[in-house]
Design a protein around this ligand. Structure first.
Ligand SMILES: *[C@@H]1O[C@H](CO)[C@@H](O)[C@H](O)[C@H]1NC(C)=O
Ligand SMILES: *[C@@H]1O[C@H](CO)[C@@H](O)[C@H](O)[C@H]1NC(C)=O
Ligand SMILES: *[C@@H]1O[C@H](CO)[C@@H](O)[C@H](O)[C@H]1NC(C)=O
Ligand SMILES: *[C@@H]1O[C@H](CO)[C@@H](O)[C@H](O)[C@H]1NC(C)=O
Ligand SMILES: *[C@@H]1O[C@H](CO)[C@@H](O)[C@H](O)[C@H]1NC(C)=O
Length: 547
């Protein structure tokens, strides 16, 4: 026999013997029952001669079965949260026994409060509501992100037995990685070991996370703008998520601008063109909203008016030494910061803090083709450098032809046989025509020519236009190698003379011999040799040719 069982039997015998008292037992001693449900208890007693065995309860109840020392009772529609049934026996001194009953209601509804659009880095409360549950001290609420447990809350200290609502909260710091994740909460009513584990989950709530950490950047090329002209405007938000969700609103001087949006990675940029038809300081505004976040950037743009000045040149074409009047007018708004000057590329002739200016100028030869400019400057509020507008006009000055040593050299030294070009030019307005003559012979200017000695001489160059003429004399000296040529000529002549003298001498000598031969040949002919005659004639011919 196992020692424990032996001990228990011995203990029970001792109790009976010692007190003679009977006992009552309720089974189960611990139980769970759903609110409104029913449960059966078995009451039994050791009392031999009890009058009655019963169950005391506030619940409605009915008797089920009875044995000799026991009886079972069913509690119907349990409707007290603190129900405490107890068994009794009308017997000598058996004290009633009660059971510990947990009346429960499994969680009926569990809801996770809707989650707002979240901003990265901010804290948000997850709120989970469990409705109509009991006993609340047996409840555990768990917050989940997908299948990961974030936090668990218990209510062990909750003493109320009746059903009620439970609210659990958990705070999270939104992160970019939370975007699109499903959050939920779960309620668990754990009644074990007597009862079971009831679980219920809320609906999933998917989270939208946005990130928009810094204000937009408003970019313009300048902070000033000419009236009725357009300026490119760019509003950029960087490091935002999701960039394509960024909503822009651009205004200039209170008027909404049309824009186009570009998205690249985590950057969204709106591009627009701003213009205004009124002078003054206007506000450029860019407001960007992303989910719950709204950020704004503003910039002040000064709109100014400064039309091109009007420059009159009177007259526009003038004879040298005559007067020209330059008049400049600006139809600008007459703003206090205006400054005007008349100038050319190198120097300023007149300036004034005025919107009208006049200069009288005596036209010089070198002023022909000169560009005169009227410049207006305007200081626009808040801009470091003035705005400048200018109008230019070219002056035409007529004057007679002029030549100097550079344009027409006074002497030229050339060598016979070389190729040279005769340059002689004149300046004047209109462009003069030029002729260079030696006596009546016209020299072709500007084209390369082979030099001959007869070009040597004094040339008269005459430049003319409708305003006058100018004359310049040019000496052309031709160098040639005369002495050598003469020598060669003489030498050749000498050689020819010697040759002829020699030829004559020879002829004379030869003729003397020929006479002798002839005499001889005549003799031979007479002897009957006609061929000899021919040959003799041939010889005579050759001799005539040779000198
Ligand atoms: C009630 O309890 C007694 C004593 O433990 C037992 O003999 C009897 O079988 C039980 N009755 C029922 C219906 O379980
Ligand atoms: C149970 O009791 C409640 C009130 O205590 C009552 O409304 C309900 O009708 C009862 N149900 C049954 C089945 O008797
Ligand atoms: C839950 O209920 C059971 C049954 O009544 C009880 O034994 C247990 O102690 C309870 N658990 C908690 C955590 O309160
Ligand atoms: C909630 O989402 C998780 C994981 O995304 C899934 O396991 C679970 O079944 C979902 N619950 C409901 C009620 O849709
Ligand atoms: C001739 O006039 C031209 C143009 O006016 C000038 O550049 C040049 O120096 C002058 N030459 C001489 C030798 O004066």
């Amino acid at each position: 026999m196992p020692p424990l069982l032996f001990f228990l039997l011995a203990l029970s015998a001792w109790q009976k013997g010692a007190q003679g008292a009977a006992s009552v037992r309720i089974w189960p001693e611990k139980a769970v029952v759903e609110f409104g449900g029913s449960i059966v208890f078995n009451c039994s007693t050791t009392c031999k001669d009890f009058i009655r065995l019963g169950l005391e309860t506030k619940e409605s109840m009915r008797s089920r079965e009875t044995g000799t020392t026991w009886a079972t009772f069913e509690l119907l529609n349990v409707s007290n949260w603190d129900t405490k049934p107890s068994c009794y026996a009308l017997c000598t001194s058996a004290s009633p026994q009660h059971a510990a009953v947990t009346v429960y209601r499994s969680p009926e509804r569990i809801v996770l409060d809707p989650l707002p659009e979240m901003e990265v880095g901010k804290e948000y409360n997850l709120t989970c509501r469990v409705h109509n549950v009991a006993p609340r001290r047996n409840l555990t609420v768990t917050f989940l992100k997908a299948e990961t447990k974030l936090h668990q809350e218990t209510f062990k200290e909750h003493s109320a037995l009746e059903a009620g609502d439970v609210v659990a909260t958990h705070s999270i710091t939104a992160q970019l990685s939370d975007n699109g994740e499903e959050f939920s909460c779960q309620a668990a009513l754990d009644l074990r070991p007597e009862g079971q584990l009831f679980e219920k989950a809320s609906q999933n709530q998917s989270v939208t996370v946005v990130d928009f950490p810094v204000d937009p950047r408003l970019n313009t090329l300048h902070d000033i703008l000419e009236i009725s002209t357009e300026m490119d405007v760019e509003c950029e938000v960087a490091g935002v998520f999701p960039a394509k969700e960024a909503r822009f609103d651009l205004t200039f001087a209170g008027e909404r601008l049309k824009f186009s949006v570009n998205v690249w990675n985590d950057t969204a940029t709106a591009k627009a063109q701003a213009s205004s038809s009124s002078v003054g300081k206007h506000e450029l505004n860019c407001t960007v909203s992303l989910g719950p976040i709204i950020r704004t950037a503003t910039k002040t743009v000064a709109v100014y008016s400064l039309p091109d000045p009007i420059l009159h040149v009177d007259p526009q074409a003038v004879l040298v030494n005559e007067a020209v009047t330059f008049t400049c007018n600006s139809s600008g708004t007459g703003s206090p910061g205006i400054k005007m000057q008349i100038r050319d590329a190198k120097e300023t002739f007149a300036s004034a803090s005025n919107s009208s200016l006049q200069v009288v100028w005596t036209a010089q030869e070198e002023d022909d083709g000169r560009e005169f400019t009227c410049e207006v400057e305007l200081m626009v509020d808040g801009h470091p450098v003035p705005v400048v507008k200018k109008t230019s006009a070219k002056l035409t000055v007529f004057y007679g032809p002029r030549m100097n040593d550079t344009s027409c050299p006074s002497s030229l030294d050339w060598t016979e046989g070389n190729e040279e070009t005769f340059f002689c030019s004149a300046w004047g307005n209109p462009k003069p025509t030029i002729e260079c003559r030696k006596d009546t012979v016209l020299y072709k200017l500007g084209t390369p020519q082979r030099i001959t000695r007869d070009q040597d001489g004094l040339y008269r160059c005459n430049a003319t236009n409708e305003h006058g003429s100018d004359v310049r004399y040019v000496t052309i000296r031709i160098e040639f190698t005369q002495p050598n040529t003469l020598l060669i000529g003489l030498l050749c002549l000498g050689a020819v003379a010697i040759a002829c003298v020699a030829g004559v001498a020879y002829r004379m000598y030869y003729n003397a011999h020929k006479i002798r031969k002839y005499v001889l040949k005549q003799k031979q002919q007479a002897a009957g040799h006609p061929m000899e005659q021919k040959s003799l004639n041939g010889n005579a011919q050759t001799e005539t040719d040779s000198c």
